[in-house]
Design a binder for this molecule. Structure first.
Ligand code: GSH
Length: 213
């Protein structure tokens, strides 16, 4: 059986768990990361020298990097439309996965770490303001896309909605009012409609919308 290492409150582990749920892939999960430790053991570092989660072991094939894992699982268990059969739709889904990891994710990650995981006296308010303002601008790009298509890569829910869908939960739940930045999260009509669609999904409620910790 597929084995997955990673704690359930990790956004990158959520990508893998949500994908397994969509594709009906059974797996065994081992808690790892943060207070669970594990990631610094020699055995774990031999699997992932970065000491990060998630990692999977599929019958002896070890893989890290969440988006690569999502694509591997999809290619091995192809199920359209989640793994789009059409090359261009799949490339569009890929594009939003990469954009989440490289562009908007890095803006939201550091404020998340401080506002949710660090005591208030350690918050770097200048950084939080800079990043949240930039993230607010970037959500406008998502909003424009979702003004044209029901889901990010077209009319169907695909793997392309997974990383940003997870980040959307983080974004909506961040206590921005506490740092006077609630105005950076205006009610963008298309993003909110897409977020409602996500919240209507059982897998999203069970795996993603589990509170920010
Ligand atoms: N690019 C990597 C990033 C992995 C990553 O940042 N994982 C975080 C959790 S979301 C982690 O391992 N944090 C350290 C820990 O939990 O101990 C991926 O997408 O898999």
């Amino acid at each position: 059986m597929l084995k997955l290492w990673g704690r359930v409150n990790s956004s990158n582990v959520k990508k893998v768990r949500w994908t397994c749920a969509e594709l009906d892939i059974p797996y065994e999960r081992v808690d790892a990361g943060l207070h669970f430790g594990v990631v610094n053991s020699d055995e774990y570092r031999a699997m992932n020298p970065n000491g990060m989660i998630p990692v999977i072991d599929d019958d002896g094939f070890v893989l890290w990097e969440s988006n690569a894992i999502v694509r591997y699982l999809c290619a091995k268990n192809p199920k359209a439309p989640f793994w789009p059969a059409d090359l261009r739709t799949r490339a569009s889904a890929d594009r939003w996965m990469e954009w989440q990891s490289t562009t908007i994710g890095p803006q939201i990650g550091p404020p998340f770490m401080q506002l949710i995981r660090q005591p208030e006296h350690e918050w770097d308010l200048a950084m939080i303001k800079r990043n949240i303002t930039r993230a607010g601008d970037l959500w406008q790009i998502v909003d424009r896309q979702l003004g044209q298509t029901r889901w990010l890569a077209g009319e169907d829910f695909t793997m392309g909605d997974v990383p940003l869908g997870i980040l959307a939960y983080t974004w909506m739940e961040l206590p921005l009012a506490k740092v006077g930045l609630a105005h950076c999260r205006p009610k963008l009509a298309n993003v909110w409609r897409w977020y409602d669609q996500l919240q209507a999904m059982k897998n999203y409620r069970d795996i993603v919308a589990i509170g920010l910790t």
